[in-house]
Design a protein around this ligand. Structure first.
Ligand SMILES: O=C(O)CCC(=O)C(=O)O
Ligand SMILES: [Fe+2]
Length: 280
């Protein structure tokens, strides 16, 4: 009898271990990297090899969309971090450019109208937020931060529909692409100017409740070509996270989005992108 119990316990333990191992492998969208690196080393590792653990910030998350993966994050950055980034913007920003697949970047206010400054990812405040961002998404050593940018839109400022990922061919040649975006709202003293995802249905079956503080619930799902989708209201301190690439690391067309024109006032955001690298 005792032997039977022991055999059962051993069998159950082995089965549980196998299940856990498979669950862990499946959990990681970059599972082809598994085994090459120790997963726990990946947190806080930057492209230049520097490591950082950022200041603690307690934030709250809600799932906005499962496919593509979009997560709404409340209080992702602190007041001090935001003030620091806004000050950098005030001192260094220039008119934002659009980046064609071939050719030089250029200013075209019909496509993108804002003032922008890139910030070195080695900046101490960016490293703190970056460490938080990498930890949030359970990164791997082949996932790094790009230099983020801070951009401000005044009245009429906007950014046309676009993807944050580069085309699959360019990505293959380069051996990297933008894996994810953290869009962080630093200033929201404005009317309109939401971030619109035309291909993502709004969360929840009801227009009531907390989501209506964060997304525009006036959108009518039933009429018009540019209706439907989800428009996120800018709210200082909050952020939206999304995965730009699918599980095969190909650009996800579901992530199409735009910065809607600002009515009055100003909206300022920081775009923090993570890039995934592989051998081209
Ligand atoms: O300002 C926004 O709401 C969107 C900005 C954006 O999509 C970008 O800079 O890539
Ligand atoms: Fe974007």
């Amino acid at each position: 009898m005792a032997r039977q119990i022991l055999t059962t316990i051993t069998f159950a333990t082995v089965m549980l271990s196998v299940a856990v191992a498979f669950a862990w492998t499946d959990y990681n969208p970059l599972s082809w990297e598994m085994g090459k690196h120790l997963p726990w080393l990946s947190q806080f590792v930057f492209k230049d090899g520097a490591t950082s653990v950022g200041p603690e910030q307690s934030y709250r998350t809600s799932l906005l969309s499962r496919d593509p993966l979009v997560i709404y994050i409340e209080d992702f950055v602190s007041e001090a971090e935001m003030d620091y980034l806004l000050d950098l913007h005030d001192r260094f920003s220039e008119p934002a450019k659009v980046y064609p697949t071939n050719g030089e970047p250029y200013v075209d206010k019909d496509k993108r109208f804002s003032n922008l400054t890139f910030i070195d990812r080695a900046d101490a405040v960016v490293q703190g937020i970056g460490a938080r961002a990498l930890e949030f998404q359970g990164s791997r050593p082949n996932v790094t931060l790009e230099d983020p940018y801070v951009q401000r839109y005044g009245p009429g400022g906007h950014f046309m529909n676009h993807y944050d990922w580069i085309g699959d061919e360019s990505a293959a040649a380069r051996g990297s692409n933008r894996l994810s975006t953290f869009l962080i709202y630093l200033e929201s003293d404005c009317t309109e100017g939401g971030t619109r995802f035309p291909r993502i249905p709004p969360p929840g079956l009801s227009w009531n409740g907390k989501w209506c503080e964060r997304i525009e619930c006036e959108d009518d799902l039933s009429v018009g070509a540019d209706r439907g989708g989800t428009t996120i209201r800018p709210i200082r301190g909050n952020a939206v996270f999304w995965m730009n690439l699918d599980r095969d690391l190909k650009g996800d067309t579901g992530t199409l989005h735009r910065g809607m024109p600002v009515g009055t006032g100003a909206k300022t955001v920081m775009n923090l992108f993570t890039a995934v690298h592989w051998d081209p």
